[in-house]
Every structure is written in C-alpha cells, then in structure tokens.
Design a protein. Sequence first.
Length: 700
Amino acid sequence: MQSWFSLLPDTPIIGFTILLLVTLTVPPLFERLRLPGLVGLLAAGVLLGPSVAGLLSPDGEVEKLLSDIGKIYLMFVAGMEIDLRDFKSTRNRSLGFGFTTFAVPLTAGILLSLAFGFGWVKAILVGSLLASHTLLAYPIIMRLGIAKEVSVGATVGATIFTDIGALMVLAMCVAAQAGDFSAQTVVNQVFMLAVFALVVLVGLDRAGKRYFQRNGDKEGNQFLFVLAAVFLAAVGSEIVNVDKIVGAFLAGLAVNDVVGNGPVKEKVEFVGGVLFIPFFFVCMGLLIDLDLFMESITTNLAFTVGLTVALITSKFLAALAVKPFYRYRWQQTLTMWSLSMPQVAATLAAALVGLEQGILTALEFNAVIVMMLVTSVIGPLLTARFAGKLVVAPVFKAEASTLDSLESNDTPTSPAGSEGAGFTPTLAPANPFTVVVPIYNPITQRYLIEMAALLASHEGGHVIPVTITRAQVHMDEPDLVSAIGQGRKMLQKAERLSQEFNAPAFPILRIDDDVSEGITRAAREQNANLILMGWSRRGFRARLFGTLIDDVFWSSHCPVAVARLLAEPIDIHRILVPMKAITPQAVRTARFAQLFADTHTASVTLLHVHDPYTPAAAIDAFKSELTKVMTDGPPIPWEIQTLAGKDPADILLHAAQDYDLVVLRSMRRRTVGGLAVSDVTHRVIDEADCSLILFGEPHS
C-alpha cells in the first residue's frame, strides 16, 4: 500500500483532492448506518493519517491551512446560528439554565481532573470542555415543530452563555500556560476581551448594515463581506492574546443580525457545511493516534469513562437544578438535558487549542474525542425520544387563534394600485386577484398559464404574463431587438391560452438588467397576489450565488408558487400537502392547495409524519387543529393522515405515488454544529415522480 502511495506526485493538490473525495463519499455512508457524518469524517482522518495509511499529515501545508480555516468557520457558524432576537424573548430562562449547565459541568470536570492528579490549568481547561454544548439534535426539534417551546428556547439561548464562557476560560488557561497569569493579567485580559467583543459585536453590525446599504446590493459582495468579517475578527482576537476561535464566534453573533435569514446566510453555511468544516473534522482525525486511542479505552479507560460519565451526569444535574425554579415538567427537563449533552463545535475547537498549546497531552485529547463520539450519538437519540413526548397542544391553540385572523389581516382593502396586497384565496379581495406568470420557457408555458387562469378565473381576477429581456448598453442592439420579438410572441400565445380558460390577460414586456428583479418589480407594480413560476427537473438546486427562482423567493413582496407540472392542471385531482407543524405559513400553503382544488373539484390530503415516540394525545391534538384549518377553508373533499416514521422523506415519497400533485412549503435549511443537515423538501423534489409545487412567502 505504501509503495502505491509513493507513486503519487508530491503536491498540495493531492491532499486537497483526497479531502474532497472523503467529504463527498464518507458522510452519506455513515448516515445510512444511522451514525453522524462527522464520525465518518473522523474515522477517515484516522485511516488516512500517520497511524494507518500515512497519505495525509497533520503537519502538511494544505492540512494545516484547511484545519485552521475549518476551525474558524466552525465557531463562526456556531455563533451565526444563535438568534439574538429569540434569546431576548427567553433571556431569564436562558441565563438561568446557561449558568447551571456551565457551572455544574465545569466543576465536575475540575474535580475529576484533580482526582487524576492534573494541575490546576489542565483541570480548569478540561472542565471548560464539558461546560459548553452543541445543538446537534436541533434538526429533530425543528422536525417535531417544537422550536418555540419554552424549555427548548431556554436551551438554545443558553448556548450563548456556555460557549462564550468556555472560550473565556480557554483564553485564561492559554495565558496561564504561557506563564503570564496573575491577578493583573486576568483583569487586563478580561478588559481587552470585553472591549474586543464590543468592537466586534457593535462595529461589525453597523459596518455591515452600512456596507449592504451602499455597496452590497449583490450577493457576491455580501458573501465576501461576511468572509472578510470573520477572518478579520479571528486576526483581531489574536492581537488581544485570545485564540482566533473566540473572534470567529463573536463575528458569527454580529453577522447574524446583518445578514438575517436571507440567501447570503444560506450560502455562507453552504460553503462551510460542504467544504471547510468537514475538512476540519478529517484533519482532526489525522491527530488521532490509534495506539493512544486504544490506550484511552484500555489502560486509560478510567479517565475516558470518567470524563464521559461526568459530562452526562453533570448536564443532567444542571437541567434538574432549574426544574423547580421554572416549573418544568419531566419531559421538558429531559429534553433540555439531551439537547445540551452533545459536545462538538466549541469542545473540539478548544481541545485542539489545548493540544497545540501543550496543555493537553495526545492521550487526553483522544479521551475528549471518545467523549465527543459518545455524546454526539446518544444526545440526538435521547432528544428524539424525550422531545417527541412534549405535549404542545397549548401552542396549537395559540397559533389557531392567529389562523382565524390570517385571512382578514392579509386581505388587501386599499384602493386599486395601492401598496400591501397579500395572497388571500378564501376571501374576495378589494383589488382584482392578480397572478403574475413569468414566461421564459416555452415547454412549461402552457401548463403555467392554464393553472394561473384557473386561479384567476375562480377569484374573479386576471393573469399578467411577463417576459423579461436583459438590457443591453445600446437599445438598438440586434440581440435585444431579437429577444424583444421572441418575448412578444410568447406573450401573445400566453394571452390566447388564458382566454381559453375565461381569464383576462394583460401581458407585460419588460427590459431589465436583472431577470429576477424584473419579475419582482413587475409583480410589485401590478400589486400581484401571486407569482407563478415553472421549473424543469434539472436546474432547481441553488447554485453558489443563487438562481433565478431563489432570488425571486427572497425578494418578492407576495407569495411565490414554483411549479413542475407533468400534466394539465385541470387533470390534477388528488393533491397531497405535507404538514410538519401548524404555523401561519403552513396554513397558507394548505389554503393555496384548497384554492387550486376548488377551481376544478379536486381533493386535498394533509399528511403529517410524526416521530414514533410522539404520544397519542399530541397526535390527536394536532389532528384536531388540522381539522379546524381545513373546515375554515373552501368546501372541498379533504382528509387528514398521520404516519409514524424516522425518515419523513421516505414516507412522503411513498405516499406521493398515489397522488397527482404534492404541494411543499419552501423552507430554508439550517446547519447545526457546522454540518449540513438533511433537507426533506429537496429530497422529495429530486425523487418524486408526480407534479410538484413549492410554495413560499416573502421573507421580509
């Protein structure tokens, strides 16, 4: 094997290529085994590292660079995932749980380390490794629809306290290891860190908003600003004698408010999730010595087991400590415990710093890796079990009261041509119901116009076909003249098609520098209630800096329905609508399906895929609320189905085989702990063989 590897040329490109191949192939294999993808990346690093194949080296030029970038990016994404606005709403509970879930594990780690004869600096660092937590199981929470539950919100908010506290302790330990530790040093370090944090949090926030207003009208510029911000913060943290991961985490908190939940945030997370952060985990595997790893689970088993047990026990005691103060139920307490158990982002980054600074030995570092592997597997499993039993019927009732007022609140009552139109399919709006249909693909044009005409005719409105021709420097350019001619032909055809279904059409030809902006501007000018677009099976997935569909979703003032129609809309009779949780956005998606079904007497089925551990009471409460949603809509045939399963995508794909159309709600992916999570919507889009509609609303 070694002789075969020696045939490879000695170039950094080889190392980069190997990392790409590992990132591409290994995580999916481990996820099929129901193991976290990061475990596979660590294992791949071990196999490719000095302990086995020797193909990659932790001291290699590429490996060191990408490991540092990945470490910075990991902490940056961890900070960016924390929503400060949600934190404010649960501030007291978050600070209460944050203090206990930081202090109790910190104390447990210190006592354990002292019992094994460690010095104070090492003991405090080990304690800080237990004090933070990574919300590795947050996708499970999102899938169960309980992200706004009070105990979950407190656990998410506590992440700010624990991560910042653990990083501050790390900074003190590094200073002490360097021999610069004294009372005066501590005061100076804390002061410099406070000033630095203020500069990053306030300065980056203001600078980012001003830059976006003046120069950041393109996603590429915004993306570059975010990258520059995180690495400037990382460099700045080293200037004030704090490790670069502290600056990266603070930059994530600051940039979160600047980019919001827009497409730039998705692209930033995408780059980190598919490149730098997986590279970091592979490079972490390179540091694992198999002999030392085996020693950590054999001769050093006492410390390894003690570290893992101390972490699990102390996190439980921390959740138990706040139970009587906030009157949490047992299921809430156990959910907080399981959510705060996994140790990935801050723990691994800090452990690597401790190893590099000589505070931790390689043997102790391997024990931390074992602890991380155990908690990253057990934590999500326990979360799925405990969180699934949270009865959230009160939340349904609160949202149900909102649902009753959605239609009246969103109905435009202003005179024609004024601002504020919304999509309200069940009430006749004061303005004519307007459907804007961008025409850019002759293949999808007929079915789109037919669907738009059915909707507009049903609501007594009209269709506005739109073609956007890209502007040229000179308005007499032959290419521009030709494009205008082709656009007019498509508009004439669209007008005829619309009239076939008794819906008046008012075509618009627009010249614009940007196609997506031309569509959304035309829709705003026409006070549209809906934008109906088409897409083919190829080309839907968002590229690095966005696609036409992606841009329209993010900038439109009104709802957008993106349709892949494989049959004439009038021949679509059975419609499936997955419902994960009852939210205003999900209800409006169901309303859209009801409206379309009512145009030609089709039926709608609401399908809810729940966790197998969800109690029957919660399922019955959910079905009751869904029944109210459907009875408040148009009088069409409908039914509600609930199915239990661990893989919602598989269940949806199997169910979709019996339907003509699936209506999905547009949702943005989140990354937790830096690794991309599975996206049920994208998988259904990629694999379903029936017609599809992706329904989304404005993000402003």
